[in-house]
Write a new protein. Structure first.
Length: 225
């Protein structure tokens, strides 16, 4: 059982990567082999709409046909029994590299073909349980008020639609800066953020650990069907 963690934040060791790592630890505690990849090690391109994956009789096998630096990452995701993707909320959406990755991971697995009123899954596709973890400045209330539940929720819906199963976890009011006093950012209560990082963020870590365990249980359940 292989579980792939995908960090869509440029900052290693910060909120997003930490939560993805906790989720992978949860997966490992269930016996899964885990790997973490960082999407911000080099620039990645999104979908180019070449439609090679949509041509009749194509041999792409559900993997994007473009042979570039994204290809090894896509092969790993395609090979995984479950994937756990983490991204910061950037203006209501996943980060640019997370979006590039998702476009090219999900689109070749998206079927436009219907037979007897039912969608025919593309060759090479199967249910891959997915976890999506978002970290953000917003509070839970602001998440609703700003419409993030709709825009970020759409990523979860797309994962569910294409991969067959998805869970979402949100970490709110994350610690954004090491030293708030050095930043032109007095709208934040630095002490409250630091305190929250020591308390609520620990709970977020535990919840992501449980998400990792749950995704493995889901993948095991599917493999026994
Ligand atoms: C370019 C940019 C845009 C952001 N936009 C939002 C936003 O619209 N809403 C929000 O709640 N937080 C926003 N944030 C804050 C990040 O989502 C938050 O700090 C996140 O936890 C960063 O993840 P990291 O610590 O893993 O890098 C933004 C941060 C940056 C750098």
């Amino acid at each position: 059982m292989k579980v792939l963690g995908i960090n869509g934040s440029a900052r290693k060791g910060w909120n997003t990567q930490t939560l993805v790592m906790r989720a992978l630890e949860g997966a490992a505690s269930m016996g899964a082999e885990t790997e973490l990849i960082d999407l911000y090690t080099e620039p990645l391109k999104g979908c180019l709409e070449c439609f090679a994956c949509k041509r009749k009789g194509n041999k792409t096998g559900g993997i994007c046909a473009i042979r570039d630096n994204m290809r090894p990452l896509l092969e790993k995701a395609h090979d995984a029994d479950a994937v756990i993707i983490g991204s910061p909320n950037f203006f209501g959406y996943p980060s640019a590299m997370t979006r590039a990755f998702l476009e090219r991971f999900l689109y070749p697995l998206t079927s436009y073909k219907v037979e007897n009123g039912k969608r025919v899954p593309p060759a090479g596709s199967r249910t891959i349980p997915a976890g999506i973890i978002f970290t953000m400045n917003a509070s839970k209330e602001a998440y609703e008020m700003m419409g993030y539940s709709v825009s970020l929720g759409a990523t979860k819906s797309s994962l569910e639609y294409v991969l067959g199963y998805a869970e979402q976890y949100n970490s709110y009011m994350t610690l954004q800066f090491k030293d708030y006093s050095a930043m032109d950012a007095n709208m934040f209560d630095a002490d409250a953020r630091i305190n929250r990082h020591r308390t609520q963020f620990r709970i977020d870590e535990q919840n992501c650990y449980e998400m990792g365990r749950h995704l493995v249980a889901k993948a095991q359940e599917l493999s026994n069907l």
